[in-house]
Design a protein around this ligand. Structure first.
Ligand code: PMP
Length: 528
């Protein structure tokens, strides 16, 4: 493939014919991520029945290959037709008038973006006036490579998932090794070593001894599981009237129904209000929580909070003291405390789990995003021994009836185990260095006109602009464009511009991010 590329030839696919060789396929995918690889087994004999049966057995692969070839033929500049007519072969893209290799790449980028517009519905994206998506062809360390050849710094770790850096070699190796043994296996009635090992590793970092890990696929489902467990816990304890939850202003817990009910953001979820169950929203204040729990004694199942940093709500931060005081109120009132660590887990705030900085013991901990290093979707709800004890009964109706097809995906768990080992050393030093960098470079901006606040915690830095419009503030689009011009992928949360790079980010990239943020802030807060 490299040799072909050096002659400006870009095959639309690579087909390996022979016994399945996932290692070779993985190597090709690594070297040439834009070239899809297909594995085809040859027929047992080269006679009609064997060929027919091999083709039938591999029909979906052949169809997919055919679709790619057909599409490529349709969008190619017709070289075959020219040759068939006996004309000279068309020039290679690099030889054609004014056509450089760069030009041919950008033509292709346009075509992917166009094909995307026709067939893909993106999250949080208007269908009417969308910004054309950037086409990413590969990712490495803190960088994304776009199809036009630009390399941009992923300053937000691909929605806060990528923990150490893209395609970290240790995690990629763990994935390749696990894929020699597993694809997926269901998790009811079966188990596997990666699932057990990862659960043990995570439980060992909890403030209690014992407890259990319940796996799911993403942060929202980890939250759904925690909410369902909390309510069922009270049912088992003979208090089914505890149907309410308490959450906090600025909270975001995911997009599924239970998560929306406790998130209750008017822009995101206002439309679904008639369908949401009861949940109170309070300011992040132990006193207000005390009042609410006193007023609704015996009605509240659990309090849910993103410890230290409320992420999607605008990187709003509170202190470990406030967190501790809120937790203490739940203890006094005998209400469960759910720590939603989907974003804060995995060391983003400087500690492995944000709740550790307050020395508290939540009853349920939700984890997602980073637990498989961001490589694969995986989430978990960790339940304390007290919560688990409510299910220790032989009554079959007291089962936790919840599960997802891909619960505890073995490949994701195997990567998770490797990820957890990586996290075991040097976390505080790394996050401390990033935190100091943000404090030096960004904290002084807080006195500038147009800036309401600058907040830093661990690897997270946020600059809140004095802009109207909340999440829909118009500055977002502007900042995204300015960021890209500086080679940095930024995606503000409304008027809050933030960065959350992977732990392995280099100092040079941190400098670029800080420069891009500073210049974006200057540009958007300049009086027009
Ligand atoms: N909880 C928190 C604190 C989050 O930040 C998010 C996602 N940003 C979620 C839950 C939902 O996670 P997911 O997007 O993986 O469903």
């Amino acid at each position: 493939l490299a040799a072909l590329a050096s002659h400006a030839m870009r095959p639309v696919a690579a087909v390996l014919v022979g016994p399945p060789d996932p290692y070779a396929a993985a190597r090709i995918a690594m070297q040439a991520p834009e070239t899809p690889v297909f594995l085809l087994e040859p027929p047992r004999h080269y006679d009609a029945p064997s060929i027919a049966s091999a083709a039938a057995a591999q029909h979906p692969t052949i169809e997919a290959l055919l679709a790619i070839a057909t599409h490529a033929a349709a969008s190619a500049p017709q070289p075959h037709a020219a040759r068939a007519r006996g004309d000279a072969a068309p020039p290679l893209p690099s030889e054609s008038a004014g056509g450089t290799r760069h030009t041919s790449r950008s033509t292709e980028a346009a075509s992917w973006a166009e094909r995307d517009r026709v067939s893909v519905w993106h999250p949080y994206t208007s269908l009417e006036d969308p910004e054309p998506p950037q086409v990413v062809v590969s990712a490495q360390d803190e960088f994304l490579t776009l199809e036009d050849g630009r390399r941009v710094i992923d300053a937000i770790s691909s929605w806060w998932t990528i923990l150490h850096g893209h395609r970290h070699p240790v995690l990629m190796r763990a994935l390749a090794q696990a894929s020699e043994r597993y694809d997926h296996v269901q998790f009811a009635g079966l188990t596997h070593r990666p699932g057990v090992e990862l659960a043990e590793a995570m439980l060992a970092t909890m403030p209690w001894r014992g407890g259990l890990v319940f796996y799911s696929d993403d942060g929202s489902t980890a939250v759904e599981v925690a909410l369902k467990m909390a309510y069922q816990y009270w049912c088992h304890r003979g208090e089914p009237e505890r149907t309410q939850f308490v959450a906090f202003d600025g909270a975001y817990h995911g997009d599924t129904f239970g998560a929306m009910a406790v998130g209750r953001d008017p822009v995101f979820f206002g439309r679904f209000e008639p369908l949401l169950f009861q949940a109170r929203r309070l300011p992040v204040s132990p006193e207000r929580l005390e009042d609410a729990l006193r007023a609704h004694r015996g009605q509240v199942a659990a309090v849910i909070l993103e410890p230290l940093v409320q992420g999607a709500g605008g990187m709003r931060m509170h202190t470990p003291d406030t967190l501790r005081a809120i937790h203490e109120v739940t203890r006094r009132h005998g209400v469960l405390f759910i720590a939603d660590e989907v974003m804060t887990g995995g060391g983003r705030t400087g500690e492995l789990w944000a709740h550790r900085s307050a020395g508290i013991a939540p009853d349920l901990v939700c984890a997602g995003k980073t637990i498989a290093g961001g490589v694969l979707p995986l989430a978990a709800t960790l339940a304390s021994p007290d919560v688990v004890a409510a299910w220790r009964t032989s009554d079959p109706t007291r089962t936790f009836f919840h599960g997802h097809s891909f619960t505890a995906h073995p490949l994701a768990c195997a990567v998770g185990v490797a990820n957890w080992r990586l996290l075991a050393s040097g976390l505080r030093e790394t996050t401390g260095a990033i935190e100091r960098f943000w404090m030096d470079r960004l904290a002084p901006l807080c006195d500038r006109p147009g800036i309401r606040d600058v907040r830093v915690r661990g690897t997270i830095a946020a600059i809140e602009l004095d802009a109207a419009g909340g999440y829909l503030a118009g500055v977002g689009r502007h900042v995204r464009r300015l960021g890209l011009e500086h080679g940095v992928l930024l995606r503000p949360l409304g008027s809050v511009l933030y960065a959350m790079p992977p732990l392995g980010v280099s100092l040079a990239s941190l400098e670029c991010i800080a420069d891009a943020m500073t210049q974006a802030v200057a540009a958007v807060s300049r009086p027009s």
